[in-house]
Design a protein around this ligand. Sequence first.
Ligand code: AMP
Length: 213
Amino acid sequence: MNLILLGAPGAGKGTQATKIADRYGLVHISTGDIFRANIKNGTKIGLLAKSYIDKGELVPDEVTCDIVRDRLTWDDVKNSNGYLLDGFPRNLFQAGELDKFAKIDGVVNINIDFSLLMDRLCGRRVCKECGESYHVSTLNGATTCSRCGGELYQRKDDNPETVKSRLDVYTAQTQPLIDYYTKKGIILNFTGTEAPAEVLFEEVKTVLDKLAK
Ligand code: AMP
């Protein structure tokens, strides 16, 4: 089963992605994580990506599509039940390219009220080791991950100015994908709320269990 996870920044894609990938044996492929790893390792792609990510803009399509096309040929993908694309595609061009090299079974779309997102993203702290997300308001001053003990950090693009631009990019470029996949008949719509991620996952599970059969 090959899936796409759609939703605005801060909608809770990362958390749902881990849960979905675990349950269905899918390889979780996050283009944002791939870019951040490249930035950390100081690669050429990382250097290029950083200039866009820091402004909240999209990394050029050709670079991004090449990375995903290549990633889908790795052995872990071949030896799995499929993959979950998180953060890709981000616009109609990328979706068209993806159609040329992938067969997607379902698109999990998390709709969320934008008014929740600024606070969620600016208060977000992420584990350097396992990627788990937290919000400062629930950390009580803790600086390490309660799951794996890794150090928590604030993503550089989780600041008000960059978040605004990321949300604008989402509205202009990524939101049209909802229509695109609705027309293809593979969209699966969910509503993100302030409830714990487990609540949403219960709904996602009910729908994906049927799709996976
Ligand atoms: P994310 O972790 O998904 O929020 O992505 C962080 C940043 O990485 C985005 O704001 C973009 O700058 C870049 N990025 C991630 N995925 C893509 C993509 N599919 N196309 C272009 N840029 C991307």
